[in-house]
Design a protein around this ligand. Structure first.
Ligand SMILES: Cc1ncc(COP(=O)(O)O)c(C=O)c1O
Length: 393
């Protein structure tokens, strides 16, 4: 019987019988793993490194494997590889799949450091990147494929500008051209089933909602076929990919409550997004669940819910200095990168984002809000006085 997502989050990766009855898997730290004999070590076989087998700390321990099993299950995939950060969950598959002379298509709305990696490391190793409009139609995308295009990278919704991509439509075009589809699915955790929508490689910054407490840095890459697992795991072994078992253990603990935290974040985020949408200072709200967000129709079709991260575009008369004054006036919103923790955060979008394909332009200045688990009335009262500061009142 297939278990539902809430049950999987509670049960996955646990084996109390093996754990002396303890509810949680052990936190195993270590480099060397001792074997009973040379023959016992040899008996592991040449493919052991592709399985959850303790061979050497670098290749993972029971702690890593427990988290990987849980992440693979909640994503609907077969295997997962944890990585040292969300960014390395992006760079690992790019390095594993691409070779010199090939080409990758990347959305203009991609997370900034992904763009940085493509423009520096991939370029140095002879891989070319083209940036495309995240709202491109499948027909438009078909025209961008070259004979050497090996990967279609997607991120939906986009960083800061929240465009929701037509992943099934774009994936069908990529597959028709023999390319793999990668998705940074960090925002869509629990709400977007990547492999049911044509994705081959799903990427997560576990730093965000799975960690949930702003105290770990961690990533994961999930695949759904043996072929993709081979590419990914081979790359991880060759590069020396590693993640701290302490952070894996904390991420696994975070998963147990992810569903309730995310539900609360979704409800609070939606309430505040609607509150912003009714304010005269606001031109539009970039929340995928609101019609004012590019790609809202894709969100309605493909997602089962939202998290608490969205953008707000202010009316054109407000300057970057006005937005900065508003942000500085907020008392309950921390000013800082990252998101998915228990606390509310805000960042100005202008000056933070870079676009080179002519997209991401809106009516006015924008800011990104992450709604945490504080009381929503308290947050709204704070935002109300923040908007007064925006107006210079
Ligand atoms: C969409 C997205 N992907 C990946 C990352 C990278 O995660 P990490 O900070 O763990 O490297 C971030 C971080 O902000 C992000 O917003």
């Amino acid at each position: 019987m297939a278990r539902k997502i809430e049950t999987a989050l509670v049960q996955s990766g646990r084996a109390p019988v093996r754990q002396y009855g303890f509810v949680n898997p052990p936190l195993k730290r270590g480099s060397t793993v001792l074997h009973a004999s040379v023959a016992a070590k040899r008996a592991l076989g040449p493919d052991a490194a592709f399985e959850p087998v303790e061979i050497y700390g670098l290749m993972g321990s029971e702690t890593h494997f427990a988290l990987e099993a849980a992440i693979a299950e909640i994503e609907g995939g077969t295997r997962a590889q944890v990585t040292g950060s969300g960014l390395s969950a992006i760079t690992l598959p790019l390095l594993s799949y691409l070779r010199a002379g090939e080409h990758v298509l990347v959305p203009d709305s991609v997370y900034g450091p992904t763009r940085g990696f493509c423009d520096s490391v991939l370029a140095r190793f002879g891989v070319a990147t083209s940036y495309y409009d995240p709202m491109i139609t499948p027909g438009g995308l078909a025209g961008l494929f070259q004979a050497n295009t090996r990967v279609l990278f997607t991120e939906s919704p986009g960083s800061h500008t929240f465009e929701v991509q037509d992943i099934p439509g774009l994936a069908a075009v990529a597959h028709a051209h023999g390319a793999k589809v990668f998705l940074d699915n960090t925002w869509g955790i629990l709400h977007f089933a990547p492999f049911r929508h044509g994705v081959d490689v799903s990427i997560h910054a576990l730093t965000k909602y799975p960690g949930g407490h702003s105290d770990i840095i961690l990533g994961a890459v999930v695949v759904n076929t043996d072929e993709d697992w081979h590419w990914l795991r081979q790359g991880a072994l060759e590069i020396g990919n590693y993640a701290s078992p302490d952070d894996c253990w904390l991420a696994l603990r975070g998963l147990r409550t992810l569903h309730v935290r995310l539900k609360a974040a979704e409800a609070a985020g939606l309430r505040i997004a609607h509150w912003f949408a009714a304010r005269p200072e606001v031109a539009r709200v970039l929340h995928p669940a609101l019609p004012s967000c590019p790609g809202h129709e894709n969100f309605k079709r493909d997602f089962t819910g939202a998290c608490g991260l969205f953008g707000v575009v202010f009316q054109p008369q407000y300057t970057p200095q006005d937005v900065e004054r508003m942000i500085d006036a907020l008392r309950m919103f921390g000013i800082g990168v990252s998101w998915g923790g228990f606390e509310s955060l805000v960042l100005p979008s202008s000056g933070t984002i870079r676009r080179t394909a002519g997209t991401g332009r809106f009516e006015g200045e924008a800011a990104r809000f992450h709604i945490g688990l504080e009381n929503v009335d308290d947050l709204i009262a704070d935002l109300d006085q923040g908007l007064r500061a925006l107006r210079g009142a």
